[in-house]
Design a protein around this ligand. Structure first.
Ligand SMILES: C[S@@+](CC[C@H](N)C(=O)[O-])C[C@H]1O[C@@H](n2cnc3c(N)ncnc32)[C@H](O)[C@@H]1O
Length: 253
C-alpha cells in the first residue's frame, strides 16, 4: 500500500502514521550535513539546482503576500531548519518558529537562536497556544509552508484552529501547500527513490483545503481571501499529480 487516491467525500480516508512522519523528519535533520538546510526541507536531494530555484521562487511569491513593514510579529508554523528566517528577520518585529521535530528546531536554533528577535519552540501544530509558546501577544502574521500534508484530517482541523487562535484580529496567515490536481492522494510507506527514504503525506485538493479552513477557522472570524499558484515557471513543478498553491486567510479586525 503506497499511493492511494480517494474521493473528496470519502468518510474514511486513509491515515498516515505520525510516528513515521516524525522518523522521516528526524532523518531529514541528519541529512542537513549532506544536502544542506534548504534541501533538507524542500527535498530534491538529487537536484540541488531545482531546490534552489524553488526556494527563490517561493520566497519571491510569498514574501509580498505577508505584507510586512517591520512592525509585525510573525509565527512560522512548521519552521523546519529555519529556511525562512533570513528573509523574515529584517522585515518583522519578532519571529517565532515552531516545529514538532526537536532535531530540526535544534538546527534552526543553532543558526539563528542568538538573534534577539528570534525564538523557536518544539511543538506540534495541532496542539499549541500562545500560552504554551510563552507568548503574551497574538501574531500579526502566520506563515505555514508545506506542513499541512503531514497531518491527518482530525489533526488538520485542530491545527487550523490553533493557528486561528494565535492570529491577532486583523492578522493574516499565508499557507503554501502542495495540492492534489484531481483526487486526494495519500502516500504511505512509499519508498521515494529521490529521497531514499519512506515517505508519508496527504495531498488534498484545493477544494478540500478550503472546506477544512472554513470549518476550522471560521468560528474565530477567519476567512480565505485569496489564493494562487506559487510557481509562474511551470518547469519548477515536476509532478503531474500535485501543484504548489498559496492561500491567504485573514482574521476580521
Ligand atoms: C516540508 S518541511 C517545511 C519546513 C518549512 N516550513 C520550510 O518551508 O522550509 C515540513 C515541516 O513540517 C514539520 N511538521 C510536520 N508535522 C508537523 C506537526 N504536526 N507540527 C509541527 N510541525 C510539523 C516538519 O518537521 C518539517 O519541518
Amino acid at each position: 500500500m503506497s499511493r492511494i487516491f480517494s474521493d473528496d467525500q470519502s468518510s474514511d480516508p486513509p491515515r498516515i502514521d505520525r510516528s513515521k512522519v516524525g522518523d522521516f523528519f528526524a532523518e531529514r535533520a541528519r541529512r542537513i550535513e549532506r544536502v544542506g538546510p534548504v534541501r533538507a526541507v524542500i527535498y530534491q536531494d538529487k537536484h540541488a539546482d531545482l531546490a534552489e530555484r524553488r526556494d527563490e521562487a517561493e520566497k519571491a511569491c510569498l514574501l509580498p503576500l505577508l505584507l510586512l513593514d517591520g512592525s509585525q510579529r510573525v509565527l512560522d508554523v512548521g519552521c523546519g531548519t529555519g529556511r525562512w528566517v533570513g528573509s523574515l528577520l529584517g522585515q518583522c518585529r519578532a519571529y517565532h518558529g515552531l516545529d514538532f521535530s526537536s532535531d530540526l528546531v535544534a538546527y534552526a536554533r543553532s543558526r539563528y537562536g542568538a538573534e534577539s528577535t528570534c525564538r523557536f519552540s518544539v511543538a506540534s501544530m495541532d496542539d499549541f497556544s500562545l500560552a504554551s509558546l510563552g507568548e503574551g501577544l497574538p501574531f500579526d502574521r502566520v506563515l505555514c509552508a508545506g506542513v499541512l500534508i503531514y497531518l491527518n484530517d482530525d489533526e488538520l482541523l485542530r491545527a487550523l484552529s490553533c493557528v486561528a487562535d494565535a492570529l491577532a484580529p486583523g492578522g493574516r496567515a499565508v499557507f503554501r501547500e502542495p495540492v492534489a490536481q484531481g483526487q486526494r492522494l495519500t502516500i504511505k510507506d512509499h519508498f521515494s527513490e529521490e529521497l531514499e527514504q519512506d515517505y508519508h503525506a496527504i495531498y488534498r485538493t484545493d477544494s478540500e483545503l478550503r472546506t477544512f479552513m472554513a470549518q476550522a477557522m471560521g468560528v474565530q472570524g477567519c476567512q480565505l481571501t485569496d489564493s494562487g499558484d506559487v510557481y509562474g515557471d511551470q518547469t519548477l513543478n515536476n509532478r503531474a499529480e500535485t501543484r504548489q498553491r498559496w492561500l491567504v486567510v485573514e482574521r476580521a479586525s
